[in-house]
Design a protein around this ligand. Structure first.
Ligand code: ATP
Length: 358
């Protein structure tokens, strides 16, 4: 029987629909050639939807996301549309919480020829895993503010940390088996100062002890920021707390020459959301100039995750093909959007990826 996968699609705000449409088309054409199928279902959510209806993530959209095999999301939120308390509309964060998507996966890849602020030609390929449900975001929206003092709570639990570390070591094993990484996991923390991070590290070490084939090491977050700039090629998989991961993943995107190339996945035990790291870029929406690559690479991550979960080797092969096609377009540097110093439009980049695939 042909495997069919139900995908909940959130087109989102700003450039969201412009980068989602070609990504869905690419995924559909890969599936057609490889013997599996997708049932893409659009669900409304986001800032524009909130402005129209007073709802940012309708219950039916949440149900659709929950029932899907995977969730593909472009970008949500618009600076001009906010909740009454002034906070931004970010259903992607609500999904992360509601579906307990604890592992925020942020690959950092610098291909030969890719524009990067680093003064080196050395290829870089590591994966940052940001815990995404607790840490210093635990009291998000509930921090206590008094006249002369404010407090937020950092929370680290065994319930989340143990599966997080299992996930990190599984990924390092998979990368080692695929020849894309040496088999190393680095725990990024501040265990020299905070007891909560000593607890975090203790659980990491317990998982490391069960993985003799994988090297495990530790790094303090401040040193990690320095090393990500000085020698980013020395990392394979790194795993860290929510706020540290938030900051380091933007540093990673900076190394990659910008947000337009940075894909991501938010993965839990039963659900996963795949979306680019960038926002809805309202300043360039509707002009046909948005870089679709981060969205396309997020689609490739979805293929890879579904392939592993449902044991569909053809899908894993397509994930690799799609990534290689993007690598070729970026390395060649002939068809790049403005954010990467080029002058191509969204459609030109998509065509170049299609040609590289062919
Ligand atoms: P958010 O807070 O929602 O993550 P942000 O404030 O970080 O959003 P973005 O929407 O990511 O902002 O945009 C930041 C800048 O990067 C903008 O100038 C935007 O045009 C540019 N940008 C973001 N994504 C893309 C893309 N895919 N292609 C081209 N430019 C982009």
């Amino acid at each position: 029987m042909t495997p069919e996968f139900k995908i909940a699609v959130f087109q989102g705000d700003g450039i969201g629909p412009e980068i989602m449409a070609p990504t869905v088309a690419l995924l559909e054409s890969l599936a057609a050639g490889s013997g599996y199928t997708f049932d893409f279902q659009d669900y409304p959510a986001g800032a524009a939807h909130y402005a129209k209806t007073g709802e940012s993530l309708p219950a039916a959209s949440m149900d659709g996301a929950r029932a899907a095999d995977a969730i593909l999301l472009s970008a949500m939120g618009l600076p001009s549309i906010r909740y009454d308390d002034g906070t931004e509309i970010a259903p992607q964060i609500d999904l992360r919480k509601a579906l307990t998507l604890f592992a925020g996966v942020r690959p950092v890849t610098i291909r030969p020829g890719q524009p990067t602020p680093l003064a080196t030609d050395k290829p870089v390929d590591f994966v940052l895993i940001r815990e995404s449900t607790e840490g210093l975001f635990y009291t998000q929206g509930r921090g206590e503010v008094e006249a002369d003092e404010a407090r937020e709570t950092l929370r680290i639990t065994r319930e989340i940390s143990e599966p997080l570390f299992r996930f990190a070591f599984d990924l390092a094993e998979a990368r080692k088996a695929a020849g894309t990484g040496p088999g190393k996991v680095t725990c990024v923390d501040k265990a020299n100062v905070f007891r909560a991070f000593a607890f975090f590290r203790e659980m990491f070490d317990a998982e490391a002890a069960k993985r003799p084939g994988i090297e495990a090491d530790h790094a303090y977050v401040d040193a990690t920021a320095l090393w990500m700039v000085e020698r980013p090629w020395s990392f394979d998989v790194m795993v860290t707390e929510n706020m540290f991961g938030d900051i380091l993943s933007d540093l990673g995107a900076g190394l990659m020459g910008g947000l337009g190339l940075a894909p991501s996945a938010d993965i839990g035990a039963d659900h996963a959301v795949f979306q680019p790291c960038h926002g809805s870029a309202p300043d360039i929406a509707g002009q046909g100039v948005a870089n679709p690559i981060a969205m396309i690479l997020s689609g490739a991550m979805m293929l890879e995750w579904l392939a592993g979960r449902h044991d569909v080797p053809a899908m894993a092969a397509d994930a690799l093909r799609l990534r290689r096609a993007v690598d070729a377009v970026v390395s060649e540097g002939r068809v790049l959007t403005r954010d990467l110093g080029g002058s191509a439009g969204t459609a030109d980049v998509v065509r170049a990826v299609e040609e590289a695939l062919a």
